[in-house]
Design a protein around this ligand. Structure first.
Ligand SMILES: Cc1cc2nc3c(=O)[nH]c(=O)nc-3n(C[C@H](O)[C@H](O)[C@H](O)COP(=O)(O)O)c2cc1C
Length: 298
Protein backbone atom coordinates (compact mmCIF):
# COMPACT_ATOMS: atom_id res chain seq x y z
CA UNK A 1 0.00 0.00 0.00
CA UNK A 2 1.29 3.44 -0.93
CA UNK A 3 2.08 5.61 2.05
CA UNK A 4 -0.17 8.63 2.41
CA UNK A 5 0.54 11.55 4.71
CA UNK A 6 -1.95 14.38 4.61
CA UNK A 7 -2.03 17.50 6.77
CA UNK A 8 -5.42 18.96 7.50
CA UNK A 9 -4.68 22.65 6.91
CA UNK A 10 -7.83 23.74 8.78
CA UNK A 11 -6.84 21.91 11.96
CA UNK A 12 -3.06 22.58 11.71
CA UNK A 13 -1.80 25.16 14.23
CA UNK A 14 1.32 25.79 12.07
CA UNK A 15 3.56 25.17 15.07
CA UNK A 16 5.99 23.25 12.87
CA UNK A 17 6.69 20.60 15.51
CA UNK A 18 6.13 17.73 13.04
CA UNK A 19 8.85 19.12 10.77
CA UNK A 20 11.16 19.69 13.74
CA UNK A 21 10.88 16.20 15.19
CA UNK A 22 10.92 14.15 11.98
CA UNK A 23 14.31 12.37 11.84
CA UNK A 24 13.99 11.76 8.09
CA UNK A 25 13.14 15.23 6.76
CA UNK A 26 9.74 14.14 5.45
CA UNK A 27 8.32 17.64 6.02
CA UNK A 28 9.41 21.14 5.17
CA UNK A 29 7.84 24.28 6.60
CA UNK A 30 8.00 27.93 5.74
CA UNK A 31 7.76 30.01 8.90
CA UNK A 32 4.15 30.31 10.03
CA UNK A 33 2.85 28.15 7.16
CA UNK A 34 1.26 24.71 7.13
CA UNK A 35 4.12 22.15 6.78
CA UNK A 36 4.42 20.43 3.42
CA UNK A 37 4.94 16.70 2.97
CA UNK A 38 7.99 16.53 0.70
CA UNK A 39 9.41 13.03 1.01
CA UNK A 40 6.85 10.55 2.34
CA UNK A 41 9.06 7.72 1.04
CA UNK A 42 11.77 8.72 3.58
CA UNK A 43 9.39 7.98 6.47
CA UNK A 44 10.76 5.37 8.91
CA UNK A 45 7.36 4.93 10.60
CA UNK A 46 8.59 6.26 13.94
CA UNK A 47 5.26 8.04 14.51
CA UNK A 48 6.88 11.18 15.97
CA UNK A 49 4.91 13.54 13.70
CA UNK A 50 1.48 12.15 14.60
CA UNK A 51 2.36 11.86 18.29
CA UNK A 52 3.67 15.41 18.60
CA UNK A 53 0.65 17.03 16.91
CA UNK A 54 -1.61 18.61 19.55
CA UNK A 55 -4.28 19.27 16.93
CA UNK A 56 -4.35 15.70 15.49
CA UNK A 57 -3.99 17.37 12.10
CA UNK A 58 -1.87 14.69 10.41
CA UNK A 59 -3.50 11.75 8.68
CA UNK A 60 -0.77 9.14 8.21
CA UNK A 61 -1.62 5.85 6.52
CA UNK A 62 0.79 3.95 8.82
CA UNK A 63 -0.90 5.34 11.94
CA UNK A 64 -4.70 5.23 11.70
CA UNK A 65 -6.50 7.21 14.41
CA UNK A 66 -7.19 4.12 16.52
CA UNK A 67 -3.41 3.53 16.79
CA UNK A 68 -2.76 6.96 18.29
CA UNK A 69 -3.24 7.27 22.05
CA UNK A 70 -3.24 10.25 24.40
CA UNK A 71 -0.52 9.79 27.00
CA UNK A 72 -2.02 9.31 30.45
CA UNK A 73 0.52 11.39 32.35
CA UNK A 74 -0.86 10.26 35.69
CA UNK A 75 -0.05 6.62 34.78
CA UNK A 76 3.62 7.27 34.10
CA UNK A 77 5.75 6.14 37.07
CA UNK A 78 7.50 8.85 39.00
CA UNK A 79 11.33 8.82 38.98
CA UNK A 80 11.13 7.42 42.52
CA UNK A 81 8.84 4.54 41.61
CA UNK A 82 10.81 3.74 38.48
CA UNK A 83 14.04 3.71 40.50
CA UNK A 84 12.38 1.49 43.11
CA UNK A 85 11.34 -0.97 40.38
CA UNK A 86 14.83 -1.05 38.89
CA UNK A 87 16.51 -1.43 42.25
CA UNK A 88 14.17 -4.14 43.48
CA UNK A 89 14.37 -6.15 40.21
CA UNK A 90 16.04 -9.46 40.94
CA UNK A 91 17.09 -12.60 39.12
CA UNK A 92 14.82 -14.61 41.39
CA UNK A 93 15.82 -18.22 40.73
CA UNK A 94 13.21 -19.84 43.02
CA UNK A 95 11.01 -20.65 40.02
CA UNK A 96 8.09 -23.01 40.71
CA UNK A 97 5.99 -25.05 38.24
CA UNK A 98 3.06 -22.61 38.70
CA UNK A 99 1.92 -21.27 35.31
CA UNK A 100 2.64 -17.66 34.38
CA UNK A 101 -0.68 -15.76 34.01
CA UNK A 102 -1.30 -15.26 30.33
CA UNK A 103 -1.93 -11.49 30.80
CA UNK A 104 1.51 -11.16 32.41
CA UNK A 105 3.23 -13.06 29.60
CA UNK A 106 1.40 -11.04 27.01
CA UNK A 107 2.43 -7.72 28.68
CA UNK A 108 6.06 -8.90 28.93
CA UNK A 109 6.16 -9.69 25.21
CA UNK A 110 4.42 -6.42 24.31
CA UNK A 111 6.98 -4.53 26.43
CA UNK A 112 9.78 -6.22 24.45
CA UNK A 113 8.30 -5.11 21.12
CA UNK A 114 7.85 -1.56 22.46
CA UNK A 115 11.60 -1.01 22.84
CA UNK A 116 13.37 1.33 20.44
CA UNK A 117 15.31 -0.16 17.51
CA UNK A 118 18.01 1.35 15.31
CA UNK A 119 16.41 3.47 12.56
CA UNK A 120 13.10 2.09 13.81
CA UNK A 121 13.87 -1.03 11.80
CA UNK A 122 11.81 -3.21 14.18
CA UNK A 123 13.65 -6.34 13.19
CA UNK A 124 13.62 -7.96 16.64
CA UNK A 125 11.59 -11.16 16.87
CA UNK A 126 10.70 -12.70 20.23
CA UNK A 127 9.87 -16.40 20.23
CA UNK A 128 8.22 -18.14 23.20
CA UNK A 129 9.21 -21.63 24.29
CA UNK A 130 7.20 -23.75 26.71
CA UNK A 131 7.16 -27.33 28.06
CA UNK A 132 9.11 -29.88 26.02
CA UNK A 133 10.80 -27.14 24.00
CA UNK A 134 12.46 -25.83 27.18
CA UNK A 135 13.56 -29.33 28.10
CA UNK A 136 15.23 -29.67 24.67
CA UNK A 137 17.14 -26.41 25.24
CA UNK A 138 18.19 -27.57 28.71
CA UNK A 139 19.40 -30.97 27.45
CA UNK A 140 21.28 -29.46 24.52
CA UNK A 141 23.04 -26.95 26.80
CA UNK A 142 23.93 -29.50 29.46
CA UNK A 143 25.26 -31.98 26.91
CA UNK A 144 27.33 -29.27 25.23
CA UNK A 145 29.05 -28.28 28.48
CA UNK A 146 29.57 -31.89 29.56
CA UNK A 147 31.19 -32.64 26.20
CA UNK A 148 33.39 -29.56 26.54
CA UNK A 149 34.35 -30.51 30.11
CA UNK A 150 35.08 -34.07 28.97
CA UNK A 151 37.70 -32.68 26.62
CA UNK A 152 39.16 -29.89 28.75
CA UNK A 153 39.23 -31.94 31.95
CA UNK A 154 40.60 -35.11 30.34
CA UNK A 155 43.80 -36.38 32.03
CA UNK A 156 45.90 -35.11 29.10
CA UNK A 157 44.44 -31.60 28.85
CA UNK A 158 43.58 -30.99 32.50
CA UNK A 159 46.99 -29.45 33.44
CA UNK A 160 46.81 -27.15 30.42
CA UNK A 161 43.22 -26.17 31.23
CA UNK A 162 44.30 -25.36 34.79
CA UNK A 163 47.16 -23.25 33.49
CA UNK A 164 45.58 -21.43 30.55
CA UNK A 165 41.80 -21.58 31.13
CA UNK A 166 41.76 -20.93 34.86
CA UNK A 167 38.19 -19.58 34.91
CA UNK A 168 36.83 -22.60 33.06
CA UNK A 169 38.82 -24.91 35.30
CA UNK A 170 37.34 -23.27 38.40
CA UNK A 171 33.82 -23.55 36.94
CA UNK A 172 34.10 -27.35 36.59
CA UNK A 173 32.77 -28.06 40.09
CA UNK A 174 29.73 -25.89 39.36
CA UNK A 175 29.17 -27.78 36.14
CA UNK A 176 29.19 -31.15 37.90
CA UNK A 177 26.74 -29.74 40.47
CA UNK A 178 24.48 -28.76 37.55
CA UNK A 179 24.90 -32.23 36.07
CA UNK A 180 23.72 -33.87 39.30
CA UNK A 181 20.59 -31.68 39.35
CA UNK A 182 19.96 -32.34 35.66
CA UNK A 183 20.14 -36.11 36.21
CA UNK A 184 17.57 -35.67 39.02
CA UNK A 185 15.20 -34.22 36.41
CA UNK A 186 15.72 -30.53 37.26
CA UNK A 187 16.65 -27.87 34.73
CA UNK A 188 19.62 -25.96 36.21
CA UNK A 189 20.78 -24.27 32.97
CA UNK A 190 17.34 -22.79 32.29
CA UNK A 191 16.70 -22.14 36.03
CA UNK A 192 13.53 -24.30 35.87
CA UNK A 193 11.86 -21.55 33.85
CA UNK A 194 8.33 -22.32 32.69
CA UNK A 195 8.73 -20.08 29.64
CA UNK A 196 11.78 -19.02 27.65
CA UNK A 197 11.85 -15.91 25.49
CA UNK A 198 14.41 -15.91 22.67
CA UNK A 199 15.28 -12.48 21.27
CA UNK A 200 16.60 -12.66 17.73
CA UNK A 201 17.19 -10.50 14.68
CA UNK A 202 18.14 -11.24 11.06
CA UNK A 203 21.68 -12.50 10.58
CA UNK A 204 23.90 -9.72 9.27
CA UNK A 205 21.76 -6.93 10.75
CA UNK A 206 24.17 -4.43 12.34
CA UNK A 207 22.24 -3.67 15.52
CA UNK A 208 21.05 -7.12 16.57
CA UNK A 209 22.82 -7.04 19.93
CA UNK A 210 21.66 -3.57 20.82
CA UNK A 211 18.03 -3.91 19.70
CA UNK A 212 17.55 -7.34 21.27
CA UNK A 213 19.01 -6.35 24.61
CA UNK A 214 16.98 -3.15 24.78
CA UNK A 215 13.92 -5.33 24.15
CA UNK A 216 15.15 -7.71 26.84
CA UNK A 217 15.44 -4.94 29.41
CA UNK A 218 11.95 -3.62 28.68
CA UNK A 219 10.59 -7.15 29.08
CA UNK A 220 12.53 -7.76 32.28
CA UNK A 221 11.15 -4.64 33.96
CA UNK A 222 7.63 -5.58 32.90
CA UNK A 223 8.19 -9.08 34.32
CA UNK A 224 9.27 -7.56 37.62
CA UNK A 225 6.22 -5.27 37.67
CA UNK A 226 4.02 -8.38 37.21
CA UNK A 227 5.82 -10.31 39.96
CA UNK A 228 7.18 -12.78 37.39
CA UNK A 229 10.78 -13.97 37.81
CA UNK A 230 13.15 -13.42 34.91
CA UNK A 231 16.75 -14.57 34.55
CA UNK A 232 19.18 -13.81 31.73
CA UNK A 233 20.23 -17.08 30.09
CA UNK A 234 23.90 -16.30 29.38
CA UNK A 235 25.07 -19.88 29.85
CA UNK A 236 22.54 -21.24 27.38
CA UNK A 237 23.51 -18.53 24.92
CA UNK A 238 27.17 -19.56 25.20
CA UNK A 239 26.22 -23.12 24.31
CA UNK A 240 24.08 -22.02 21.38
CA UNK A 241 26.87 -19.83 20.04
CA UNK A 242 28.67 -23.08 19.32
CA UNK A 243 25.64 -24.78 17.80
CA UNK A 244 24.91 -24.85 14.06
CA UNK A 245 22.53 -22.20 12.70
CA UNK A 246 19.89 -24.73 11.64
CA UNK A 247 19.87 -26.44 15.05
CA UNK A 248 19.59 -23.09 16.85
CA UNK A 249 16.74 -21.99 14.60
CA UNK A 250 14.94 -25.29 15.09
CA UNK A 251 15.33 -25.56 18.87
CA UNK A 252 14.51 -21.92 19.58
CA UNK A 253 11.86 -21.62 16.86
CA UNK A 254 13.68 -18.69 15.27
CA UNK A 255 12.58 -17.48 11.86
CA UNK A 256 14.94 -18.56 9.06
CA UNK A 257 18.32 -16.79 8.98
CA UNK A 258 17.83 -15.17 12.37
CA UNK A 259 20.47 -15.00 15.06
CA UNK A 260 19.97 -15.32 18.81
CA UNK A 261 21.04 -12.22 20.79
CA UNK A 262 19.37 -12.65 24.18
CA UNK A 263 17.47 -15.31 26.07
CA UNK A 264 15.21 -14.94 29.11
CA UNK A 265 13.87 -17.57 31.50
CA UNK A 266 10.54 -16.72 33.10
CA UNK A 267 8.48 -18.28 35.86
CA UNK A 268 6.55 -17.74 39.06
CA UNK A 269 8.81 -17.52 42.12
CA UNK A 270 8.37 -19.47 45.36
CA UNK A 271 8.62 -16.18 47.27
CA UNK A 272 9.57 -12.53 46.86
CA UNK A 273 12.48 -10.63 48.40
CA UNK A 274 11.48 -8.08 51.06
CA UNK A 275 14.73 -6.04 50.61
CA UNK A 276 17.13 -4.77 48.04
CA UNK A 277 20.73 -3.95 48.81
CA UNK A 278 22.81 -1.27 47.11
CA UNK A 279 24.94 -2.79 44.40
CA UNK A 280 28.66 -2.55 45.12
CA UNK A 281 30.14 0.33 43.12
CA UNK A 282 32.64 -0.38 40.42
CA UNK A 283 35.85 1.65 40.76
CA UNK A 284 35.02 3.85 37.76
CA UNK A 285 31.53 4.68 38.96
CA UNK A 286 31.61 8.17 40.30
CA UNK A 287 29.19 10.69 41.60
CA UNK A 288 27.61 12.91 38.97
CA UNK A 289 29.21 16.11 40.20
CA UNK A 290 32.66 14.61 40.55
CA UNK A 291 34.76 15.11 37.42
CA UNK A 292 36.65 11.83 37.62
CA UNK A 293 36.76 8.78 39.90
CA UNK A 294 40.10 9.78 41.39
CA UNK A 295 39.66 13.56 41.40
CA UNK A 296 40.07 13.53 45.18
CA UNK A 297 43.71 12.52 44.64
CA UNK A 298 44.47 15.62 42.58
C1 LIG B 1 24.78 -11.26 30.22
C2 LIG B 1 24.24 -11.98 31.43
C3 LIG B 1 24.30 -13.35 31.48
C4 LIG B 1 23.76 -14.04 32.57
N1 LIG B 1 23.70 -15.41 32.56
C5 LIG B 1 23.12 -16.08 33.58
C6 LIG B 1 22.97 -17.51 33.56
O1 LIG B 1 23.36 -18.19 32.61
N2 LIG B 1 22.39 -18.12 34.63
C7 LIG B 1 21.94 -17.41 35.72
O2 LIG B 1 21.42 -18.02 36.64
N3 LIG B 1 22.04 -16.05 35.75
C8 LIG B 1 22.60 -15.37 34.72
N4 LIG B 1 22.66 -13.99 34.72
C9 LIG B 1 22.10 -13.25 35.86
C10 LIG B 1 23.19 -12.62 36.69
O3 LIG B 1 23.89 -13.62 37.38
C11 LIG B 1 22.54 -11.61 37.62
O4 LIG B 1 21.98 -10.59 36.85
C12 LIG B 1 23.53 -11.00 38.59
O5 LIG B 1 24.00 -11.97 39.45
C13 LIG B 1 22.92 -9.88 39.40
O6 LIG B 1 21.77 -10.31 40.08
P1 LIG B 1 20.39 -9.60 39.84
O7 LIG B 1 20.00 -9.81 38.40
O8 LIG B 1 19.48 -10.27 40.80
O9 LIG B 1 20.57 -8.14 40.15
C14 LIG B 1 23.20 -13.29 33.65
C15 LIG B 1 23.15 -11.91 33.59
C16 LIG B 1 23.64 -11.26 32.49
C17 LIG B 1 23.54 -9.75 32.42
Amino acid sequence: MRREIIINADACKRCGRCARVCPSAVYTQEKGEVPVVRKARNCIQCGHCVDVCEASAIRHSDFPAEHIHRIKKESIPSPESLMELMKSRRSNRTITPAPIPIESLSDIIEAAYTAPTAENSRKVVVTVLLGEDIQAVEDTTMKFFLRLAGILMSPVLRPLTKLFLRDLYNEAAELYRFERKWREGKRPCTCNGTALLAFCAPKGYDFGWQDCNLAYQNASLMAEAHGVSQIYMGLVQMAFKNMGRKKTERLLHLPKNHKLYALMALGMPAFYYPNYSDKPKNPYQHEFFQTSPDSSDQ
